[in-house]
Write a protein that binds this ligand. Structure first.
Ligand code: FAD
Length: 449
């Protein structure tokens, strides 16, 4: 049986569910589909569960460095309890999310959606026809063309582990690897990160990344740069990772090998060709209005859309607003990605917003880089932080911050102020005039400008 809708949304993550809810509330007969639990990656398998674990291990780190400075009892992680606590956040999501959408008038479907025509979607034996269709299917771990790929564990499995293995090897040096590696190391495991290229965390400032690697090594994480994994073999006791570094064979044994080699848009199963939807490995090809360039009834938002926005939840939210406007009122809105912040939730944390140092240098602007070791500031000394640094890039002609790069335990909250300054094009003179609460990390901002 065929069912007709004004709007069909594929994917219930931050992008899809926001679009479906707004579309229904604005009077459009709307359907939404998901092949997994409702809610998407961020609240179920990404940001939130990861942050529960990272915050607990961050407390361990804080506690440890205050030993002999007023704190006495050293705490440890009870992994089973921590995972149970994490589940109190993740388990209620699918039902609550679906109920919320239904309360907003959205018709909900379960199953894998695939196109069978320009405006037609099939889910098992049901066929849906939409005037407009939104693809918001997110991303999946990148396929790794290595022997023994089937032995890899994914980040979503790591977040469900009932027992933390003694020795873990992360393949790939992106933010998911670093975050989970810090969690595992602080919880007592031996941890290795194997990164093919010479720079890990390549979206972030290389000098600050080097400092984070030193801090990672100080807690026992072994970071193997320029080391290309070509096979994972099952052994009697676990697995062996085979890699090459400078032409030499490297072998590492581990109980669990975790895929941390990035994610790619989840498209293939959708059969986009059947709806004449153009795409490539960076996602669904869209114009500035996030509309498919080859089928004007189709829009895309979030991780699956090939845009300049990084694959992060706030960007999925931003693109959802843009798509909702364009879908309901005609193409009028465009996304502005300038100053979107990004954080690696390690201890210390790494954060950035705006231009990289290299982009700023190549931009032709009259820039000044404030490269400051802030570890001597009271903010970091009073909790005995071993390392803290900032690089603030200022366009001197406009008196505006155009890039901010931070590494410290406060970096995740602090970066939001820099993101605000970049996005709202605030003058550094004005930021210096503000009276801030003291002693707080934010009250250091004038000293960084
Ligand atoms: C471990 C990890 C940690 C992360 N941490 C952060 C963080 O700290 N901060 C941050 O901003 N971002 C983080 N992210 C990224 C963030 O989760 C994503 O950017 C965000 O969820 C993207 O939202 P989305 O709506 O585009 O897609 P998703 O949230 O991925 O939702 C897509 C949905 O579509 C469904 N789907 C896919 N194909 C089909 C199909 N054919 N039929 C039906 N349904 C389908 C999927 O099941 C999924 O539920 C993290 C990601 C991971 C993996």
């Amino acid at each position: 049986m065929e069912k007709e809708f004004d709007v069909i949304v594929i994917g219930t993550g931050p992008a899809g569910s926001a679009i479906a809810e707004s579309s229904s509330e604005k009077g459009r007969h709307t359907a939404i589909i998901d092949s997994r639990g409702y809610g998407g990656t961020c609240p179920l398998r990404g940001c939130n569960p990861k942050k529960v674990l990272a915050s607990a291990t961050n407390l361990i780190a804080k506690n440890k460095r205050m030993q002999g400075k007023g704190l006495r009892e050293n705490s440890t992680i009870d992994w089973k309890d921590l995972i149970a606590f994490k589940r109190t956040f993740t388990e209620p999501i699918p039902e609550a999310k679906e109920e919320g959408l239904q309360n907003a008038g959205v018709t909900t479907f379960h199953g894998k959606a695939r196109f069978i025509g320009e405006n037609k979607i099939q889910i098992s034996d049901q066929i849906l026809i939409g005037d407009k269709i939104v693809i918001a299917t997110g991303a999946n771990p990148t396929a790794m063309p290595i022997k023994g790929e089937e032995h890899l564990t994914y980040s979503h499995d790591f977040l469900e582990l009932d027992h933390l293995p003694e020795k873990l090897i992360f393949v790939g040096g992106g933010y998911v690897s670093f975050e989970l590696a810090h969690v595992a190391a602080r919880a007592g495991s031996e941890v290795h990160i194997v990164q093919r290229g010479e720079q890990a965390l390549k979206e972030f400032n290389p000098d600050l990344v080097d400092q984070l690697i030193k801090q990672s090594e100080a807690i026992g994480i072994q970071v193997h740069l320029n080391t290309a994994v070509h096979a994972v073999e099952k052994t009697d006791n676990g697995f062996t990772v085979k890699a090459k570094k400078d032409g030499e064979m490297v072998k590492l044994d581990g109980d669990l090998i975790v895929h941390g080699a990035g994610r790619v848009p989840e498209i293939e199963d959708l059969q986009p060709d059947k709806a004449s939807v153009q795409y490539d490995k960076s996602g669904i090809t869209v114009n500035e209005f996030l509309q498919s360039v080859s089928n004007s009834d189709i829009y895309a938002a979030g991780d699956v859309a090939a845009t300049n926005g990084p694959p992060l939840t706030p960007v999925a939210g931003l693109e959802a607003e843009v798509v909702t406007e364009n879908l309901l009122k005609g193409n009028r809105e465009q996304a502005d990605y300038i100053g979107v912040p990004s954080v690696v939730f390690t201890t210390p944390k790494l954060a950035m917003a705006g231009m990289s140092e290299q982009q700023a240098k190549e931009s032709g602007k009259n820039i000044e880089v404030h490269d400051i070791d802030v570890s001597g500031f009271f903010t970091y000394k009073h909790t005995n932080e071993p390392a803290a640094a900032v690089k603030i890039i200022i366009d001197q002609d406009g008196d505006q911050i155009i890039g901010a790069h931070l590494m410290s335990d406060e970096a995740d909250e602090l970066i939001n102020y820099f993101a605000m300054a970049i996005q709202l094009k605030l003058k550094t003179a004005d930021l210096k005039k503000v009276t801030y609460a003291f002693p707080t990390a934010v009250s250091d901002i004038p000293s960084m400008l």
